[in-house]
Design a protein around this ligand. Structure first.
Ligand SMILES: Nc1nc2c(c(=O)[nH]1)N[C@H]1C(S)=C(S)[C@@H](COP(=O)(O)O)O[C@H]1N2
Ligand SMILES: [Mo]
Length: 321
């Protein structure tokens, strides 16, 4: 649901800016409550987090509940949208929140190619409808040893990929982020090799936990979190969860992902969260949950081992990090 703005705008001419902003926040909360996102146990109505949401963002409704959601305390909308890694907008955690407004997530299309029966160009508005939208509350653990709990919205990546009828030669799937220095000014710097590239083995991509992320906290994906379409793979370090995807390619061989290209001694292809294998420059044994003071222990596969450990049976996880 889009909040009607015409009346507000007229009113803004005659009310002080502050009152205007407060009123817009109120409308956003009222709007969310009306469409049911307040029933998710994250106490939207009246909470400061809700007030901090983007009142102009499209709200997403009729969300299916997911049995895969954690019941841990959510990080605030503010944490989730002001502490980000998105090097296309700068290297500081605050940069994406400040600068990602230059990204234009609509209209948007995704090119699908490689080993599949139905390659083509697919529009985001259609992609949003390929499967019922779910709310999935997942932990996301960054390789830099911080973590957050985020109420994502999306649907299983498998529901997306199977529509393109991958062939038996499709052993991996590769994803690429947009390259456009106008929309992503950080790409004028050689911080990484652009485009950002990620990949998954087919069984990882088709795993029911792997989510195609289309929103969070009841709205379409904020720009800084990878609008309009990104991955969310909760048992892997955050860098596997590639943002602002424009290209999907089914391939026979393992893609060379950006962070592995950058420094293969520190970042591998699998990037499964593993407290037993330290990063060469810091421990992966513990992490700081944003908003908490004490560090907590990092769990094998970020706590999702029961569901995903079998994908790696027989593999030496020290070698395949
Ligand atoms: N295109 C792109 N995707 C990216 C990144 C990036 O710099 N560029 N950073 C990754 C890293 S390191 C992390 S931890 C997560 C952060 O996601 P969040 O900002 O939504 O929490 O995005 C990942 N996806
Ligand atoms: Mo990260």
């Amino acid at each position: 649901m889009l909040i009607k703005k015409a009346a507000d705008l007229r009113e803004s001419d005659v009310t002080p800016k502050e009152t205007f902003l407060k009123r817009r926040d109120f409308l956003a909360v009222a709007g969310s409550a009306a469409v049911g996102v307040a029933t998710n146990g994250f106490g939207l109505a009246g909470s400061p987090d809700a007030c901090a949401q983007n009142p102009a963002a499209q709200k997403l409704t009729n969300l299916k509940k997911s049995p895969f959601s954690t019941d841990e305390k959510l990080n605030s909308y503010k944490d989730i949208t002001t502490y980000n890694n998105f090097y296309e907008f700068g290297l500081d955690k605050a940069d994406p929140g400040k600068y990602a407004h230059t990204l234009k997530p609509r209209p948007w299309s995704v090119v699908v190619e490689g080993q599949c029966g139905k390659p083509g160009t697919y529009h985001i508005e259609d992609i949003m409808k390929y499967a019922p939208l779910e709310e999935r509350i997942y932990r996301l653990r960054c390789v830099e040893a911080w973590s957050m709990v985020i109420p994502w919205i999306g649907y299983p990546l498998s529901e997306f990929l199977k529509r393109f009828e991958p062939t038996t030669k499709a052993k991996y799937v590769e994803f690429r982020t947009l390259v456009d220095t106008k929309q992503m000014p950080g790409q004028t710097e050689p911080a990484l090799n652009w485009p950002y590239v990620e990949g998954l083995r087919m069984d990882e991509a088709m795993h029911p936990l792997t989510l195609l992320g289309l929103g969070l906290y009841g709205e379409v994906m904020p720009n800084q979190n990878g609008a309009p379409i990104r991955l969310v793979i909760p048992w892997k370090y955050g860098f596997k969860s590639i943002k602002s995807i424009v290209r999907v390619r089914f391939v026979e061989t393992e893609p060379v992902n950006t962070w592995k290209q950058q420094q293969s001694s520190e970042y591998g292809f699998f990037a499964n969260v593993n407290p037993q294998v330290d990063h060469p420059r810091w421990t992966q044994g513990s992490e700081r949950r944003l908003g908490e003071f004490f560090r907590r222990k990092t769990l094998q596969f970020n706590g999702y081992g029961d569901q995903v450990a079998s994908l790696y049976t027989g593999m030496d996880l020290r070698k395949f990090y």
